[in-house]
Design a protein around this ligand. Structure first.
Ligand code: DC
Length: 222
């Protein structure tokens, strides 16, 4: 394994922007593991008649379906059967299904080697929910990036408004709370703040300040 900077935290804490910038600054590759989970959800949305049908699928059936899937992560983009789906997977409908599918053991097992193989090749900033715990427990550096649910809901609300989506702040807050509940309480690889990860609360910090803090910490420790 090359050098890995593992970054975990709840959705909307700013992990993607921060991880991308840190990777660029250090000349590392950026691995957005959420995009892999999203690509799987996108595949299932396209190939199943309804989310309801999908929620009743058992582990065996899920495994059978997963082996058909070809997924690749390259240059910050995710490919499903060589189609670049990086934009398509940002759809809120895909996001909602991702949250459910990412709780399934077979999905997590399927994506585990893909993530580790990436870090065999490149110095990596890997961002997700189980980077510091399951995927890269021996990472070179570990960070946990947080923000209050209200701050994260406000960011999400503003982002979706900017994209022209109809949403209220209360909808955004409800969404954040529901997603947190699933991420923190699922049996498979729940989001955990470990004591060996350096904790940063971004609620009152600018993105720039968080990036600088991480770079400083990385340089300090060597
Ligand atoms: O980071 P994101 O919002 O793109 O992640 C999408 C979903 O995937 C989210 O519900 C959490 C899940 N996820 C996960 O379970 N494990 C990861 N390593 C990354 C994302």
């Amino acid at each position: 394994m090359k050098k890995v900077i593992a970054i975990d935290g709840p959705s909307g804490a700013g992990k993607s922007t921060i991880s991308k910038a840190v990777a660029k600054k250090l000349g590392f590759y950026y691995l957005d593991t959420g995009s892999l989970y999203r690509a799987i959800a996108y595949y299932f949305l396209k190939n199943f008649n309804s989310v309801k049908e999908l929620s009743s699928i058992n582990e065996e059936e899920l495994k059978k379906e997963l082996v058909r899937i070809h997924i690749k992560y390259e240059n910050g983009s995710v490919y499903l059967f060589s189609e670049n789906v990086s934009e398509l997977i940002r759809d809120p409908e895909v996001g909602a299904l991702t949250s459910q599918l990412s709780a399934r053991r077979s999905v997590r097992e399927f994506l585990l080697p893909i993530q580790r193989e990436f870090a065999e090749k490149y110095n990596t900033v890997a961002e997700g929910r189980d980077m510091t715990t399951v995927v890269f427990p021996d990472a070179w550096k570990k960070f946990y990036i947080d923000a209050s649910p209200e701050v994260r809901a406000k960011r999400r609300y503003e982002q979706l408004l900017g994209l022209g989506k109809k949403i209220t702040f209360d909808d955004a807050l409800r969404d954040v709370i529901e997603r947190d509940k699933r991420d923190f309480t699922r049996n498979e690889a729940p989001l955990v703040r470990t004591h060996d990860a350096f904790y940063i609360d971004t609620s009152r910090l600018s993105i720039r300040a968080v990036i600088d803090l991480i770079l400083k910490k990385v340089a300090e420790d060597g």
